[in-house]
Write a protein that binds this ligand. Sequence first.
Ligand SMILES: Nc1ncnc2c1ncn2[C@@H]1O[C@H](COP(=O)(O)OP(=O)(O)OP(=O)(O)O)[C@@H](O)[C@H]1O
Ligand SMILES: [Mg+2]
Length: 331
Amino acid sequence: MSTPVIAFFNNKGSVGKTSLVYHLSWMYADRGLRVLTADLDPQGNLTSAFLDDDRLDTLFTRERRPETIFGCLQPLKRGIGDVALPKLEQINDRLALIVGDMALSTFEDQLSEAWPKCMDRDERAFRVTSAFWRILQDGAQDHQADMVLIDLGPNLGAINRAALIACNFVVIPLGPDLFSLQGLRNLGPALRTWRGEWQERMQKNPAADLSLPPGSIQPVGYLVLRHSIRLDRPVAAFNRWIARIPEVYQECVLDHPGEAASSVETDPNCITRLKDYRSLMPLAQEARKPMFFLKPADGALGAHGNAVKSAYSDFLTVARTIAERTHIKTP
Ligand SMILES: Nc1ncnc2c1ncn2[C@@H]1O[C@H](COP(=O)(O)OP(=O)(O)OP(=O)(O)O)[C@@H](O)[C@H]1O
Ligand SMILES: [Mg+2]
């Protein structure tokens, strides 16, 4: 039995993917689930949200970086073996992290080369292409995880293709802007192409003992994050883009052109509209905590106290909706 893997992905940058994965990981763990969270973005922002500089310095200066995602890939990458078991960074009893690494980007070329070679029944190509899936599942088993959440960088490159075929589900965070809509128009067809190409390749696997991802990448829905709204622009400027999301999502991501919901409020594909938490977010980053765990001692005083409570209830709602849609026990 494999553990469900959920990616948070949009090829548009800075929409709030990493912040969402970080907060949901804490939320699910707080509600009793065992969570493995994996940083598959070479930028490493999820990792630096969890770990302080001293810890990162220790992890990154160890020879061959055994505790990072890059360390897991090293034997395979160097052609001297297969993926190594991930060494998980234990954040608390229920929450564990697969540490990200900037050097992950050096794996991109091998992933690009492996993709067409799978069509030639090349075993190494299958080992390379399925590496993320196998690392995530090994880590999930080790941690006895109920779910795996993964954070990805904002592009449609070979790392994200391999990472996404390792996912059962994908959640799409969006900003209320033209570029997010454009991102959806590229993302939907890319997911379909990758899913189809992987189904074709899977038939050609020469190694019966090799565990391969199912490559379902089922879209769970989208969230509209409003923090990127420019306050100097009139409200109508971003409402215009928000209004188009249901139709573009239905047509480009679900591949069902036709009648879409008339607004994100009535669209069943919309998980939520998440507000701009403004100064609560930098306070949380400074305290290295999710916003909903901030205390007065962290600077969450006065009105911030209410904002902390409302952040807990907002993220719990998101967590529950995603759990329902991915058939994970409701937190
Ligand atoms: N709901 C929110 N309220 C306030 N600020 C937010 C919110 N979500 C994200 N931010 C801020 O917006 C910025 C971008 O967020 P984040 O890094 O999560 O985006 P991303 O989509 O992961 O970016 P990238 O594409 O570079 O990986 C960060 O400074 C973050 O603190
Ligand atoms: Mg990010």
